[in-house]
Design a protein around this ligand. Structure first.
Ligand code: S3P
Length: 435
């Protein structure tokens, strides 16, 4: 992939309306359940990102036919639970941890062998968290010492297990539930803290009997999925960059339209409110079984906080931009209990700490978080480590920095947020490609 670098400078107060692209988690799952269903599923609001397109390509390799009537729409011709067929070539998940971990569960139940591969970043991400419990269900998956590629041996009969996740992870939970569709008996998953429940909600919408409540899910194998249309809400994690931008740039008043507000995703709102933010919700409604609403974000001076531990899993993807909010706030913010950030698309604690230090911010890295003394962000040159959320977080930092911030290696923003630069510049950012 060719290297793309950005330059972010102070722009104007953020004003107007923004609709961010569709939710990544929901888009991945809609493709997978649509593929395994009997009948035709129409997905609207599909995220046209590289991660979700990689999942569509993989399902295509496995014999599923898709149509794209318009950008952001997919028609999935389901092949039924047992209708997938082997691919002669490896299945490339690109940068997508969600794609790889969920597909590992799905493919463990097939009659044929498969190999899942990923890009440089994904090839360094831990996979034992899914392969170990899948092995105890009877799957045979070879890894490169716990890392991708995953070589999944087909034809192994799976049996349901009761499993308590050692770390809160919707990806692991979902992989086990997907394998559970093919397993003999009951698959029971308990989480140390509730995580996003899109898999459970969508399985239920596709007609699979499932019992779930926050932190628990239970299903049995041997049923079938019935095609159903899916409306994908706008991705809260993409909205997060605009939310923080409007919080920290004086004079801002921004409306984010139709954002997915699943409570397992919106911890950032609670964190920013503790810091003094002015955020309102209007037009709250249900869309496709998910709460959505418009967020109205106005500038307000932020102050540092000790982040409550219990909201960490509800904002796991929003930490890069929370670090920026903390650096722009007055006083100290302490983040703990977030060691999972070290195994995301990059080591997000190190990426943010090194980047903010390069911009003159007083930040101390901790094993599971950081202490950030906010107040002033300087200009500087930072490396995003090919991590989409680090690149976008520093684009936000540039809005309030004393001098421009140069951000290296931004091409992967297209994995989750195609068109970010244009959308951002349309409401007041001053973001450009660096020469
Ligand atoms: C996701 C779960 C989270 C999140 C990721 C998407 C999902 O990962 O970070 O971006 O769609 O299930 P973990 O489950 O590994 O925490």
């Amino acid at each position: 992939m060719s290297r793309v670098d950005w330059l972010s400078k102070q722009g104007t107060p953020l004003q107007g309306n923004v609709t961010v692209p569709g939710d990544k988690s929901v888009s991945h799952r809609a493709l997978m359940f649509g593929a395994l269903a009997d009948g035709v599923t129409h997905i609207r609001g599909f995220l046209e990102g590289e991660d979700t397109r990689a999942t569509a390509t993989i399902l295509g390799q496995l014999g599923v036919r898709f149509e794209t009537p318009a950008p952001g729409e997919r028609v999935v011709h389901g092949v039924g639970l047992h209708g997938l067929r082997a691919s002669t070539t490896p299945l490339d998940c690109g940068n997508a941890g969600t794609g790889m971990r969920l597909l590992a569960g799905l493919l463990a139940g097939q009659a044929f062998d498969s190999t899942l591969i990923g890009d440089e970043s994904l090839s360094k991400r831990p996979m034992r968290r899914v392969t170990d419990p899948l092995a105890s269900m009877g799957a045979t998956i070879d890894t490169n010492d716990g890392l991708p590629p995953l070589r999944i041996r087909g034809g192994a009969p799976l049996r349901g297990i009761s499993y308590t996740l050692p770390v809160a992870s919707a990806q692991v939970k979902s992989a086990l539930l997907l394998a559970g569709l093919y397993a003999e008996g009951t698959t029971d998953v308990v989480e140390p803290h509730p995580t996003r429940d899109y898999t459970e909600r969508m399985l239920s919408a596709f007609g699979w009997p499932i019992e779930f409540s926050p932190g628990k899910a239970r299903l049995e194998g041997g049923h079938s999925l019935r095609a159903t249309d899916v409306d994908v809400p706008a991705d809260f994690s993409s909205a997060a960059f605009f939310i923080v931008a409007a919080c920290i740039v004086p004079g801002s008043a921004l409306r984010l339209r139709s954002v997915g507000l699943n409570p397992r995703r919106t911890g950032l709102l609670a964190a920013l409110e503790l810091m003094g933010a002015d955020i309102g919700v209007e037009n709250e409604r249900e869309s496709g079984g998910e709460p959505v609403g418009d967020l109205i974000v106005r500038y307000a001076p932020l102050h540092g906080v000790a982040l409550p531990l219990d909201i960490v899993p509800d904002m796991i993807d929003e930490f890069p931009v929370l670090f920026v909010a903390a650096a722009a706030a007055t006083g100290m913010t302490t983040i703990r209990g977030a060691a999972e950030l070290r195994v995301k698309e990059s080591d997000r604690i190190a990426s943010m700490a090194n980047g903010l230090k390069a911009c003159g911010v007083n930040i101390q890295e901790l094993p599971d978080g950081a202490m950030i003394v906010g107040g002033r962000i300087g200009g500087g040159s930072i490396d995003s480590h090919g991590d989409h959320r680090i690149a976008m977080a520093f684009a936000v930092a540039g809005l309030v920095a004393d001098a421009p911030i140069a951000i290296g290696d931004c091409a992967n923003v297209a994995t989750s947020f195609p068109g970010f630069m244009e959308l951002a510049n349309g409401v007041g950012f001053a973001l450009s490609q660096a020469d």
